[in-house]
Write a protein that binds this ligand. Structure first.
Ligand SMILES: [Zn+2]
Ligand SMILES: [Zn+2]
Length: 231
């Protein structure tokens, strides 16, 4: 836990500016916070980008397990990227309130083709979670749980560390390469309809590896929910 004094010292050394209007004081000022409603990306296949539906298209479906994806924003959104960066790499927890408020505001725009039994998430390796102090994918699952009224369950864990997603170029990774990275928790019951959460979707290899595990153990539908989709 960061002490109050530590927090004030950091504020003094590194004054914050609103990512939107650049006013000094907060990461996002009250005015901008009240109005930040990012445009949701157009419905498309998460893997190839084919427009028209959030379902994974028939062609991609031959190779992947994730049934579809609902992203909150596009990763190209510059405000979003600044916020995410502050959250992940500077552990700025004020970002969480900003995301949660804008997600609540966007709630009517989310629709899913099935009703889910639970929200779960793509887990971080424990060493990274300890280093960062939180698992951002778990946070997204908690928000999804609150927004869509779902229980949040931990179904899988990560067996090895991998290179941080944002630092690996999308074209250098491919679906299937992450399959050995995750395991399901021993003896866990896997529900049939699952909302799988993460912070950012890039190539989809990570999320798809977890979707595959879940489907091998009885899940019928695994649908992705992310703060942002890259590409
Ligand atoms: Zn502002
Ligand atoms: Zn596709």
């Amino acid at each position: 836990m960061e002490s109050r004094f530590g927090h004030l010292a950091i504020e003094a050394l590194f004054p914050r500016f609103c990512v939107s209007c650049k006013r000094e004081g907060f990461l996002m000022c009250q005015t901008c916070l009240d109005y930040w409603t990012p445009v949701s990306p157009q419905a498309s296949c998460a893997f190839c980008g084919e427009r028209g539906s959030s379902w994974t298209c028939d062609t991609c479906r031959k190779d992947v397990y994730l049934d579809g994806l609902t992203p909150f924003v596009s990763y190209g959104n510059p405000l979003f990227r600044e916020l995410l960066f502050s959250w992940k790499y500077h552990a700025d927890s004020s970002v969480q309130e900003i995301f949660l408020r804008s997600l609540r505001r966007a709630l009517p725009s989310f629709s899913f083709p099935v009703s889910f039994s639970c929200a779960t998430y793509v887990p971080l390796h424990r060493s990274r979670e300890r280093f960062r102090g939180f698992d951002q994918a778990f946070k997204v699952a908690q928000w999804a749980g609150e927004l869509f009224d779902l229980p949040v369950e931990t179904l899988a864990y990560r067996t090895q560390r991998t290179v941080a997603q944002a630092r690996t170029k999308q074209e250098e990774r491919h679906v299937g390469e992450m399959d050995h990275v995750f395991r399901l928790i021993d003896g866990i019951h896997v529900p049939e309809q699952i909302l799988l959460c993460d912070d950012v979707f890039t190539s989809g290899s990570t999320m798809d590896a977890v979707a595959r595990l879940l489907k091998q153990q009885g899940a019928k539908t695994v649908w992705g929910f992310v703060l942002a989709k890259g590409g």
